[in-house]
Design a protein. Structure first.
Length: 336
């Protein structure tokens, strides 16, 4: 299904010419439908088409037009073994705005692999719904869901990666910097699932990605090698945030202790001294650098209040773009 002719024109997004890392899941029985598990499952053209669609549908919704209802009559099951305000509200609201109905299944409603086997849950929910979104801890859970579901499965986050967040981030960078290709994105903090998704994106679209993290907190080595061996982007892993941020278009941060690591918070806070994004670090980055954070932020820990509230912060447009990027991902997944 294509967008209606009356959709307002939006600035097109285009790239200028120029592991434990999972392999694409074979999607048997999903002709015309697509799982969205890792950004690197798709080529550059497909990723850019999804981002184009995100910009177009965003412009339509911003205009107040509510006539585009491609999900009318469709339902989505949302599995949350790992809670999140942004993921739930952005998916549920986005699916509703485009005509669909989302069903929330919280940690107490569904216990994958405990109360019921994941393969059984996948097949049951496929019989009730047109699409499944899951935010889980173990990455294998999302792989198993996709393997056994007969409807598209969207990765809302795993301990390994967070592809929907990085699609929103890419859309935000394009809106503010003007393009993604050729930019310098510097992540300062823990080499976590956000970093893995940035690395997977860098294996598809060319840009300069730097992860500045304390020694011992580097991202998964196989994922780093996957990104480097693609030969598309410049990839750097360093322990020096001050050197890393020089010339950055974007300085990006995340919490030092993610959900499930809070018992390590005090230890990590000690190990991450010198990795706080403060005004001094942003000054080193240069006057053109924007600040991004996937939220929730622990102000005064990984980032200062002054930075997150500054004119260089695009954290809240970034958060809004979760809705728009995910709408485009779901449209692609459903072949609409």
């Amino acid at each position: 299904m294509t967008l209606p002719a009356k959709i307002p024109s939006a600035r097109r997004i285009s790239c200028h010419a120029s592991s434990s890392a999972p392999s694409p899941v074979h999607q048997t029985g999903k002709e015309g439908l697509h799982d969205f598990l890792h950004i690197s499952d798709f080529d550059k053209l497909t990723i850019m088409k999804i981002l184009d669609r995100a910009a177009e549908v965003k412009a339509l919704l911003k205009s107040g037009d509510r006539s585009f209802l491609p999900f009318k009559g469709k339902t989505m099951a949302m599995i949350f073994t790992k809670p999140s305000m942004r993921t739930r509200v952005s998916f549920e609201t986005g699916f509703f705005l485009l005509g669909g109905h989302a069903v929330y299944l919280g940690p107490d409603d569904i216990q994958m692999g405990k109360r019921e086997e994941t393969r059984d849950i996948a097949r049951v929910l496929s019989g009730y719904n047109d699409i499944i979104m899951a935010r889980v801890f173990a990455h294998q859970d999302i792989i198993d869901l996709a393997k056994h579901a007969s409807v598209p499965v969207i990765n809302g986050l795993t301990d390994y990666n967070h592809p929907c967040q990085i699609m929103a981030d890419a859309l935000t960078i394009i809106e503010h910097v003007g393009q993604l290709e050729g930019t310098k994105v510097v992540y300062v903090g823990d080499g976590n699932n956000i970093v893995h998704s940035w690395l997977l994106l860098a294996s598809v679209i060319p840009f300069h990605f730097v992860c500045a993290c304390p020694q011992g907190f580097e991202p998964d080595e196989q994922t780093v090698q996957k990104a480097k061996s693609a030969g598309i982007s410049k990839i750097e892993i360093t322990n020096d945030p001050k050197e890393a941020v020089i010339g950055a278009d974007v300085v990006y941060s995340d919490v030092w202790a993610s959900m499930g690591q809070k018992d390590e918070a005090a230890y990590r806070k000690q190990q991450f001294q010198g990795f706080q994004v403060d005004e001094a670090l942003m000054k080193l980055a240069g006057p053109k650098a924007y600040f991004m954070h996937c939220l929730p932020a622990e102000r005064g820990t990984e980032v200062t209040d002054a930075v997150i509230e500054s004119s260089r912060s695009i954290v809240f447009p970034q958060a809004e773009n979760r809705l728009h990027a995910q709408n485009a991902v779901m449209l692609h997944a459903l072949g609409l």
